[in-house]
Design a protein around this ligand. Structure first.
Ligand SMILES: NC(=O)c1ccc[n+]([C@@H]2O[C@H](COP(=O)([O-])OP(=O)(O)OC[C@H]3O[C@@H](n4cnc5c(N)ncnc54)[C@H](OP(=O)(O)O)[C@@H]3O)[C@@H](O)[C@H]2O)c1
Length: 254
C-alpha cells in the first residue's frame, strides 16, 4: 500500500495533519519521544537529539517527512542525527519543512532552520525543502497567551500571512509522493493581514472585548518583520483563511 513514509514530529501541530493526510494512502511511521496513539500509523519511540531509536525509525522507509522541531537550537543536532541515520539506512528522500524568510530575519530559531536546510542540502540524500509562512495556530496562540491581559499587544507595523497546517500537509504529502525536487516554491497563506486586523478578528471570533495595542518594537528582527521579509505575496496558495480556521477551531470539541 503506497509508499513507506516516516514522519518526524508526527505528534506536533503540523505533523498530526501530515500523518492524517498520509495514512489515507501510505504506510506511515511516526517517531515520537512519547506514547503511541491510534491514528493508523506505526509508532517508534525515539529522540532525535540523543539519536535513541532513530535507526529503528528510518529502517526501510522510502521517504522521511521531517516536521520535528525542538523550537530552538536543538534542531541542528536533531537534524544531523536524522540525516546520519538515513544515510546508514536505505538513503530515503528527505522532505524538510522550513520557514519563509528564515534567511532574511535575524532570529536565533531561524538561524537554526537555515543550518538545518544546509545539512539537508549537503546530506547526499535525495531532498526537498518547502518553506512556509507562520501557521494559524501560532498566531492564535500568541493572542490566546494574552487572554488575562486587559489589552492585546501586537508588534506595530507588522503583517503576517498565516496558513492552515492542513494546507501545508497537502503540499508535503504531494511532495513526499514525488521524486526529490530540491528547494521548491515557498507556500504562503491566502491573505496578508496586519497584526492589528488579526487580533481584532481573533477577539471577534472568540467573543472577547479587549483593546488592541500596537507596540513599536526596536531591533533588526522586528525591522525584518516590518519590511515583510517573512511574507510570500506571490505564493499565496493556502486556502483556509485565519477567520475560517478560528471558526472551525471554536466549533471543534475541546
Ligand atoms: N509554527 C509555525 O508557524 C511554523 C511555520 C513554518 C514552518 N514551521 C516548521 O514546521 C515544523 C513543525 O512545527 P510545529 O509548530 O508543528 O511543531 P510542534 O507543534 O512544536 O511539534 C514539535 C514536534 O517535534 C517533536 N520533537 C521535539 N523534540 C524532539 C526530539 N528531541 N526527538 C524527536 N521528536 C521531537 C515533538 O514530538 P514528541 O514531543 O512527541 O517527541 C513534536 O511532534 C517545524 O520544523 C517548524 O520550524 C512552523
Amino acid at each position: 500500500m503506497g509508499t513507506s513514509i516516516l514522519v518526524t514530529g508526527g505528534t506536533g501541530t503540523l505533523g498530526r495533519a501530515v500523518v492524517d493526510k498520509l495514512t489515507a494512502g501510505h504506510e506511515v511511521r511516526v517517531l515520537s519521544r512519547g506514547h503511541a496513539d491510534d491514528r493508523g500509523a506505526e509508532w517508534v519511540r525515539g529522540d532525535l537529539r540523543t539519536g535513541a531509536g532513530v535507526a529503528t525509525a528510518v529502517a526501510g522507509v522510502e521517504v522521511v517527512v521531517h516536521c520535528a522541531t525542538t523550537n530552538g537550537r536543538g534542531d541542528v543536532a536533531a537534524t544531523r542525527n536524522l540525516l546520519a541515520a538515513a544515510h546508514r539506512a536505505g538513503r530515503p528522500h528527505v522532505v524538510y519543512v522550513s520557514i519563509a524568510g528564515s534567511d532574511r530575519i535575524p532570529l536565533a530559531y531561524y538561524r537554526a532552520k537555515q543550518h538545518c536546510e544546509r545539512l539537508v542540502e549537503h546530506s547526499e540524500l535525495p531532498w526537498t525543502i518547502l518553506r512556509t509562512t507562520q501557521f494559524h495556530d501560532l498566531v492564535a496562540t500568541f493572542f490566546a497567551m494574552q487572554r488575562w491581559s486587559p489589552a492585546v499587544a501586537v508588534p506595530a507595523g507588522v503583517s503576517f500571512q498565516p496558513i492552515d497546517v492542513r494546507d501545508v500537509a497537502d503540499r508535503l504529502a504531494a511532495l513526499a509522493a514525488e521524486p526529490a525536487a530540491g528547494r521548491v516554491a515557498d507556500l504562503g497563506g491566502p491573505q496578508i493581514r496586519t497584526t492589528r486586523e488579526l487580533a481584532r478578528t481573533y477577539l471577534q471570533v472568540t467573543g472577547r472585548r479587549r483593546v488592541v495595542l500596537p507596540l513599536p518594537l526596536p531591533g533588526r528582527t522586528f525591522r525584518g518583520y516590518r519590511e515583510g521579509r517573512h511574507l510570500v505575496p506571490g505564493n499565496a496558495a493556502g486556502r483556509t483563511t485565519f477567520d475560517e480556521f478560528l471558526a472551525g477551531a471554536t466549533r471543534r470539541p475541546g
